[in-house]
Design a protein around this ligand. Structure first.
Ligand SMILES: C[S@@+](CC[C@H](N)C(=O)[O-])C[C@H]1O[C@@H](n2cnc3c(N)ncnc32)[C@H](O)[C@@H]1O
Length: 225
């Protein structure tokens, strides 16, 4: 277990993705680039809505909620959602364990399907550690004991994320620059994903690339003005 996980006091559950190297790569990056004034250069006082898509145990939403709560005067609303009801139940429980149950709104939803219309055009930042492995071949065998929502990104590994991107446009703030931070693996069809990102009018930046086990995991940021 990583230090960040210990600091956050989380429960786990066999049906829900237990934070792994990819989750910690994500959080270590933000631990380094968050301070009283900004997250990764984005001014905190310019942020009113953020979303943790595919929240799992809730770890990413809880990490930010904890930081914002200790930084008085901020008015940042945090949303967290997951397709898996068990993940929503567990992340709510974890938020409560950290006395953050009033700081995060949880939505049980397949991507943005159940999001209220009132959230359209609201989010300045979305975080997503998505399922990113191709459904077939060696990955199926390696992951057969895990809930497929946690790893199966579609036939080429990119389909869930592509759907997310298409739907996200309606939920990102249209009047100011907005940001999506996401992880992906070199075992997926990254060239096709990057082409889609460009086609949808996003600008792509690679933030970190780290080798784990059988793949490189890349943390990206895409922006839209
Ligand atoms: C790799 S896990 C990441 C969990 C957590 N954010 C973390 O970093 O530890 C991917 C998460 O996305 C969720 N997920 C998969 N497909 C989804 C969809 N269509 N809509 C919303 N959540 C989805 C899974 O249930 C899972 O919790």
């Amino acid at each position: 277990m990583d230090d960040i996980s210990k600091e956050l006091n989380l429960d786990f559950n066999k049906n829900v993705y237990k934070p792994l190297d990819d989750t910690y790569l994500f959080l270590k990056y933000f631990k380094q680039f968050i301070n009283k004034d900004n997250i990764d250069g984005i001014k905190l006082n310019k942020i009113s809505y953020i979303l943790d898509m595919g929240t799992g145990t809730g770890i990413i939403a809880i990490f930010f909620a904890k930081y914002f709560k200790s930084n008085l005067g901020l008015n940042i609303k945090i949303y967290a959602s997951d397709i898996l009801l068990d993940a929503i139940k567990l992340s709510k429980k974890n938020a409560k364990k950290n006395s953050l149950e009033n700081e995060i709104v949880f939505i049980h939803s397949n991507l943005f399907k159940n999001f209220p219309i009132s959230l359209k055009h609201k989010f300045k930042i979305i975080f997503f550690n998505p399922p990113y492995l191709p459904s077939e071949s060696i990955f199926k065998k390696k992951n057969e004991k895990r809930n497929f929502y946690s790893w199966d990104g579609g036939k080429k590994g990119i389909e869930i994320f592509e759907n997310f991107l298409i739907q996200s446009i309606e939920f990102l703030s249209p009047i100011e620059k907005s940001f999506i931070y996401f992880l992906f693996s070199t075992n997926s069809a990254l060239d096709l994903l990057y082409a889609k990102i460009e086609e949808l009018g996003f600008e792509l930046k690679i933030l970190i690339k780290t080798h784990f086990f059988f793949e490189d995991i890349i943390l990206h940021c895409i922006t839209r003005v």
